[in-house]
Each structure stands twice: as structure tokens, then as C-alpha cells.
Design a binder for this molecule. Sequence first.
Ligand SMILES: Cc1ncc(COP(=O)(O)O)c(C=O)c1O
Length: 389
Amino acid sequence: MAGNIVNNYGSFPVVFVSGKGATLTDRDGKEYIDFVAGIGVNCLGHGHPALVKAVREQAAKQIHISNYYNSDKGLAFSEALLKRTGMDRVYFGNSGAEANEAAIKLARKYGRQKDETGKRCVIVTLDKSFHGRTLATLAATGQDAFHPPWFAPYPAGFRTIAPNDYAGLDTLDNTVCALMVECVQGEGGVNLLDGAWAQAAAQAARKAGALVIADEVQTGVGRTGAFLACDALGLESDVVTLAKGIAGGIPMGACLFRGPAREVFAAGDHQSTFAGNPLACAAGLVVLEELGRPGFLERVARAGEQLRGGIAGWNLPGVSGVRGKGLMCAFDFAPAPAGVVQKECLDAGLCVTTAGKNVVRMLPPLVISDGEIQRGMGILKTILEKHGA
Ligand SMILES: Cc1ncc(COP(=O)(O)O)c(C=O)c1O
């Protein structure tokens, strides 16, 4: 418990006061290498000059106006985001769960348009998926650990199939309005989706008359070394959801539509007071500009290889399954729970996170320097070796 903040995060007692690049400073002046980036959010790191300038200037001009009106930054960001992604329309929200909630509602309405009996209402997701913490997105999440009985009843109309298993695709039928997938499952353990299977799954969904939703809340906005992981995988989606890195740390989510999903929402179908405010859009414009710089995404891919290659190259007993894409990385650690590694790394000046009991996960800022990667890896190795790895 920190102060009076409700204790549902189990936060560490450290109190951060500032950051620069991928280095954080706590209130005692101690520095930490940041391999977490606010759980994949601070794509431009901390204190990025262009982001700080844009947010500062926009805050002085206008922070929020409501969706009764348009803002110059809202129009500019929506145009730039659609151009970058090749999508047709965007709904802005404030988080990943909200972006997915929008996608789920849109899919349900699409299903109803195709079959007015309401039979086509099922959203199919993947085992070990994670889609958010609202009740509908929890119901979409394919992990029992996220379905404790005290939140029941969960919304109906969700079921899962196994990723990378062709047999499951035969179950996609005329009751399904959407298939929703993460190209790399983040919270579920950093599990990569096979490209051929993903393409076959999208094809099977379309054949069944369902939409394809790519949940790119964690994988999107350059995290995997491509702006959208689904594009790199060859997964053609009708709906893409984004959040986390989209505005460099200012809360924002987005649900993007195209093709058959383009005109499904009508006025009043889905709304949010804060959504698409000019402050977040101004920040989002900077993120798009920075990620669009020549070589930026290639560097993300290379930095990820440096991190994974380095860890795998140590050949430490107890470390296995070094995996990931771009700067979304993880490995299994047998000698101690990942939470213990996380705490000991923090004490030693390195932020890492977990994705399951024995999975250590790393999501550094996309702008992390080679030097910061090396320093962070040095700390990590010391901690792993301490456990006899
Ligand atoms: C794939 C995916 N979808 C949805 C969410 C939920 O996002 P938020 O915490 O912003 O609601 C997350 C968060 O980790 C995620 O990784």
C-alpha cells in the first residue's frame, strides 16, 4: 500500500520522481534502468524533448473540449493514424480495455446486422489471451486466473480456441461475429502466433462471416519492430485496437476499422467523455512522427535481437525459452519465481516485469540506448546467477 492508494496493484515501495530516456530516478536519487516502460507505454522513453514540448504547448492552448466539437489536433492525429495504419475510421478511447470494449460492441452490432435473430453474437478469442479488465474484456480473456467467482456473472457470448491449432478453426460458424487475437500474447507469457496459422484463422473467420479483430494494445505502435504486428504477420484485420504506446504515456486508446467494419457504428453507439482529447492527440502526433523516422523500427527489431541474443548467449542453466519480437521479450526462469527476480532486479537498479509465475518479461522504451541495454543486462545476469542459474 502506498499512501491511500487502494492496494490492488501490490506496488513496490519505490517512489519515482523523474526519468530520462530509459533511466528512472527515485526520490533518494537512485537510478534504475527501465526495461518496463510503464508496461509497454513509454515508447519514447522518459522526458523525450519533442513529446514534452508538444504536451507543454498543447496544455497551454487546450487540454479538453468534449466530442460535441472537433479539435485541430484530433483531426490531425486521426488523419495521420489512419494513413500510418491503412485503416478507414477511428474511434478514440482512453485505454486498451476501452478500445477492446468498442471492438466487441462493434462486432456484436455487425453480427446483428447480418442475422437479426441475434444468434451471431459470439466473440472467439485465444487460450492464454488477455484483453483487459472491464467485465466484457475479462470475459474475452482466455485465462481462468482472470475469472474469479466474485466478479460473476461474466457477460455471455465469449469462447476460446487454442492458438496455432488448425482444428479449432473448424468451430468458427454462423454464431461467431468476430475472432479476436493478439499477434504476440503479452500478459499470457509472450507467446508468438504462427504467421501461417494467423492467416488461416483470418480466412476461416471471414468464411464464417465474422470480423477479424487484432488486439494490438501491447504489440502495436512499433513495439514488435513493425508499426502493427498484424501487418508483419500477414494477418489481415478488419478492426485493430491500440493503446499503451499510442500517445507516449498520455492515456489513450483507439479502435480502428476498415472494410466491412467501417460503417457499423452510428451516432450514439459508443462514446466517452475524455476520448480523443487534444492533449492526447498532440502527444500521439509526436509518437507517429518519431516512429516514422528512417530506421526507427529497424532499430527496435535490432535492439530486441541484442537483448534476446545476449540473454540466450549466457547459456545459464534455469533460463530457457528466450523469446519475443522487437522489444517485447521474455524468458522462462526455473530456479525462482519471476516475482522474486523482479523484486531483486529492482533493488539492484533494474525494472523488469513478469508474465506468469516463471516468466520474466521485458518491454523497454523503444528508444533505449545500446548502453542502457548493456547496463540492464549486466544487472539481470547478476541476479539470475545469484539463484544458481
Ligand atoms: C493485449 C492487451 N489488451 C488489452 C489490454 C488492456 O489495456 P489497459 O490496461 O490499457 O486497459 C492489455 C494490457 O496489458 C493488453 O496487453
